[in-house]
Design a binder for this molecule. Structure first.
Ligand SMILES: *Cc1c(COP(=O)(O)O)cnc(C)c1O
Length: 235
């Protein structure tokens, strides 16, 4: 595909996804400005990712730090989100490039980010990843661990904990994600009551289930396949 065809395909797909987000907002009595679409570019090249910000979608997500570094160099005007595991030895290089780390999946990573934020004198914006679906293949804090984190969070000057993130189990029926997302929202509400932190962000919903995420209160949806399917071979 040439650049102009790619731009056309991408702008149609972004319009379709934004339309579906708006419809889900309408069903839930929410306004679409309360939901940020994070375009997950992990399957496409830097050249394809670079076409996204000019279409008006600035939030781009990558799950691997090294791939994020590579794309951050090549893509202008993006606001990067890390959505996958952050190894502690990659914090120094990754954090300065991103506006939000969605995937703080252990107390060790949280402590390391806190130390980094304190050292540089500016807190790192993060979400805590919670394994609400209970699948062993997924990382994150267990729901049972979350309430007790409340006492820890208050004392962390080096991180700005903005909310929670989860991934639902894949299913042919998107509605089966609903209990997982409702659970994340309830955990957020409990943690908010316990800490007094705003915890406004809920990152939940991917290609298969982002509308359910929005209906359950997502402020960030992470969509890859629906936007970029078939474009991974381009450039
Ligand atoms: C890849 C990925 C996504 C996007 O998933 P799609 O099903 O392709 O939309 C969202 N979140 C995380 C954490 C991912 O790794």
């Amino acid at each position: 595909m040439n650049t102009s065809d790619l731009q056309t395909v991408l702008s149609e797909r972004f319009a379709a996804v934004k339309g579906r987000i708006a419809e889900a907002c309408r069903r839930a009595g929410r306004t679409p400005d309360g939901v940020t679409l994070v375009a997950v570019t992990k399957t496409v090249s830097p050249a394809v990712a670079a076409l996204v910000p000019p279409l008006g979608v600035r939030a781009l997500g990558e799950s691997r730090p090294q791939e994020l570094w590579r794309k951050a160099e090549a893509v202008a005007g993006a606001d990067w989100h890390l959505i996958g595991h952050l190894q502690r030895n990659k914090i120094d290089r990754t954090v300065p490039l991103v506006s939000l780390v969605h995937s703080v999946d252990s107390a060790r990573v949280l402590d390391a980010l806190n130390a980094f934020g304190q050292k540089r004198g500016a807190p790192v914006a993060v979400l805590l990843e919670v394994n609400c679906s209970g699948e062993e293949s997924k990382g994150g804090f267990s729901p049972a661990e979350v309430p007790a984190l409340g006492d820890t969070l208050a004392g962390l000057g080096g991180v700005d904990v903005r909310g929670l993130m989860t991934m639902a189990a894949y299913s042919d029926d998107p509605a089966s994600a609903r209990p997982t997302f409702a659970r994340l929202r309830e955990l957020r509400d409990q943690l908010r009551a316990r800490t007094g932190l705003a915890l406004n962000e809920l990152s939940m919903g991917m290609s298969n289930d982002f509308e359910i995420g929005v209906e359950e209160g997502a402020t960030l949806v992470r969509v890859g396949t629906t936007l970029f399917e078939g474009l991974g071979e381009d450039r």
